[in-house]
Design a binder for this molecule. Sequence first.
Ligand SMILES: CC(C)(COP(=O)(O)OP(=O)(O)OC[C@H]1O[C@@H](n2cnc3c(N)ncnc32)[C@H](O)[C@@H]1OP(=O)(O)O)[C@@H](O)C(=O)NCCC(=O)NCCS
Length: 169
Amino acid sequence: MKGLYCKEKHSSGQDSRPALDIRHRLMRISDLEQVMKIERACFPSPWAKDHFIRELDLSYGYHRVAVMSSSGESVIVGYMVAWLVQEEFSIMNIAVRDDFRKQGIAKKFLQKGLAFARRGGAQTAWLEVRPSNIPARALYERFGFIQAGRRKRYYQDTGEDAIVMVRAL
Ligand SMILES: CC(C)(COP(=O)(O)OP(=O)(O)OC[C@H]1O[C@@H](n2cnc3c(N)ncnc32)[C@H](O)[C@@H]1OP(=O)(O)O)[C@@H](O)C(=O)NCCC(=O)NCCS
């Protein structure tokens, strides 16, 4: 998929590549085949497809995909899953296909997700991240998340702690 750059819309503003033409919309069951490919490529302990299916059914769930149209085909290039429960917005999952990274796609997910949370009355946004996940930590820090705590040996696959991050909305 490298090299599929379309007209203005989506840009990190950090390089000279033409911006991607990407839409964000609700995640659907029919997206899950592509979503699962990204999920498996991104995480040592990927969510199962059933996990995504359950998320799609939650009344408090927020689930979006970023879609690029290419030759009439819809290509999923990333997704975000979160929960909005009362005054808390919890980001559960966010991932971008590796060949579409560093082009502002995650930034757009966070901008839209946090705006949705604010409109829904959330006061704070929360997430957990692996200490070793430098790109994700940089992304969250860029959005004003700060470390609120640490969960010891939270990730069973590697035994890593989780850094808990929070920001006010
Ligand atoms: C983390 C991830 C979602 C970022 O997606 P992305 O679309 O490439 O991110 P963006 O292009 O929107 O970048 C936004 C900001 O994140 C930070 N960032 C993104 N990639 C980075 C990298 N490789 N190194 C350092 N900082 C990075 C930068 O602050 C960047 O802002 P800038 O471009 O203005 O400097 C992506 O790397 C990914 O899918 N990783 C695997 C899945 C994952 O770890 N998810 C997070 C779980 S907690």
